[in-house]
Design a binder for this molecule. Structure first.
Ligand code: HMH
Length: 224
């Protein structure tokens, strides 16, 4: 990929943390969607919880936008992030439509512990003490997990039920894939000029995001 033969930081991390990354992007819930055996009550549980998460994602994204505006040398970063915010507005409308289709009452969904923990983590990243580099790197990982997961459900040979394809398309479509690539290159550009300390923090956040994502998918099983 890199013609200079220079290691790209995010690729190095994904190789190093391959196991947990695969755990987040090939979770049994995703494999059940892809295999056509998903339990619809699991899907509905995920839908209700993700609506709560996405609402908390709005102020997080707004904080990343603010940091980009203050700290980035490249004004196109703001455009990319603004595009993400605009898509999130559509996404919230989509959740409402999808929830009514499945008979999920979004107002009465109780956030589970894993969701609250993840939302609290997002909130910690909104602090003005957190650098743009750290925040945008976490943002990329959060989006990339959904992109990789749902794109897997649309690959040739997948048996994703017809009524779940639209959900998979939301995050698995090529446009979303390109958006994730744009976020990844922003993260790499920032990381390349960051201090060792900042790079270490960003790597720790990547691991945290992957753990939160696994726990988030786990909620679809119900129970705990
Ligand atoms: C838990 N992670 C979770 N929900 C989402 N909607 C995304 C990532 C992608 O936006």
């Amino acid at each position: 990929k890199e013609d200079r033969g220079v290691a790209v930081i995010t690729d190095t991390w994904l190789r190093k943390h391959r196991l947990i990354y695969t755990g987040a992007t090939r979770h049994p819930f995703i494999l059940a969607i892809r295999g056509g055996s998903v339990n619809i009550s699991s899907f509905k549980r995920w839908l209700g919880q993700d609506f709560i998460f996405v609402r908390a994602f709005v102020p997080f994204l707004a904080s990343v936008l603010l940091k980009a505006w203050k700290e980035s040398d490249d004004s196109s970063d703001v455009d990319v992030i603004l595009g993400g915010l605009a898509a999130l507005n559509d996404e919230i409308a989509w959740f409402k439509k999808e929830a009514s289709k499945w008979g999920v009452a979004l107002d009465s969904v109780v956030p589970q512990k894993s969701n609250l923990d993840y939302c609290r983590f997002l909130e910690s990243l909104m602090s003005s003490d957190v650098s743009y580099t750290e925040a945008v790197t976490a943002f990329w990982v959060i989006e990339a997990v959904y992109q990789e997961s749902f794109a897997h459900c649309l690959e040739d040979g997948s048996k994703t039920p017809e009524e779940l394809k639209e959900t998979c398309q939301r995050w698995g479509n090529d446009g979303f894939g390109q958006y994730c690539c744009a976020l990844k290159s922003i993260a790499n550009r920032q990381l390349e000029k960051a201090s060792d300390d900042m790079v270490a923090k960003a790597e720790a956040n990547l691991l945290s995001v992957l753990e939160y994502e696994v726990d988030f998918w786990n909620m679809s099983h119900g129970g705990a």
